[in-house]
Design a protein around this ligand. Structure first.
Ligand code: NAD
Length: 245
């Protein structure tokens, strides 16, 4: 009988246009806690409050200290075997793009080229009035000097380029919808699939496969479900694909 990894390899090899959808779980093996898994970020602090639009505009001192600190934890980490495996799958033409909810930039660091960061990134910041872009480091240095909130020359507030709780989705979410609709296979890695509207994307693809430590609301609808660590599952997948070359 075929193993789940072999079934996943079949799905990818038989698909004409496969995409990956990743969540915080793909980066836990890089030392970044997720939100909902055991030991996740939500166990100690309420990220929905600290990383919210309300906090940014009504309690900026708290946002630019605690919120920025929480975001800063995710920077300067290294990609793990799961990120590298997805980059390799793209290089081999087995997936066409990675749609990620993560803001940590690890898919780029691992070598993935076609990445849609639907919740933003930690490389940049922008002025909420004129849209001018700034490096993320500028926010950190201004906050460290006590300039809170950091202001643009136009008078607008400079904020991180991440989707905060209460923010609308960025225009690139439309690209993610297009990719999901086009896909005949979506490989979901490390996502609880509980955060809307990204959690609706798997419904748009013809078939899905899931690698996640815990069960997700989509498990019953998936062609393959693997409840393992993303690093080992994707490393095994590459081995199976290599054997078939
Ligand atoms: P989530 O925290 O809701 O779910 C993560 C899932 O990954 C859990 O179900 C968990 O069981 C699973 N998981 C944990 N470690 C794993 C591993 N090694 N291998 C496989 N699965 C593993 O994550 P989400 O669905 O991405 O939603 C959380 C939101 O928080 C997202 O919107 C994201 O933007 C944000 N977030 C991002 C980061 C990051 O950029 N790295 C980190 C924390 C939260």
């Amino acid at each position: 009988m075929k193993s789940d990894i072999e079934k996943l390899a079949d799905c990818l090899m038989e698909s004409k246009y496969a995409v990956a959808l990743t969540g915080a779980g793909i980066s836990t093996e890089s030392g970044i806690p997720d939100f909902r898994g055991p030991g996740g970020l939500w166990q100690n602090v309420d990220s929905t409050e600290i990383l919210s639009r309300e906090m940014l505009y009504y309690r900026p001192e708290h946002f630019y200290s605690s919120g920025l600190e929480l975001l800063n934890i995710m920077r300067n980490k290294d990609p793990n075997p799961a990120h590298k495996a997805l980059a390799l799958l793209e290089q081999r033409g087995l997936i066409q793009c990675v749609i990620t909810q993560n803001i940590d930039g690890l898919h780029h660091k691992a070598g993935s080229k076609n990445v849609i960061e639907v919740h933003g990134d930690l490389r940049t910041a922008f002025c909420d009035a004129c849209g001018r872009e700034f490096p993320f480091e500028f926010l950190l240095s201004e906050a460290e000097e006590g300039i809170i909130p950091p202001k643009c020359t136009c008078g607008g507030i400079i904020r991180p380029n991440v989707v905060l709780f209460g923010d609308p989705m960025p225009p690139c979410f439309e690209d993610a919808i297009i990719q999901a609709k086009r896909a005949d296979f979506m490989l979901v890695v490390g996502s609880s699939l509980q955060v809307a509207p990204v959690s609706y994307l798997p419904r748009l693809s013809r078939q899905i496969g899931i690698i996640n430590l815990e069960p997700t609301p989509y498990d019953r609808a998936a062609a393959v479900v693997i409840h393992e660590k993303a690093g080992s599952a994707l490393t095994d997948l590459i081995k199976v694909l290599d054997e078939r070359r």
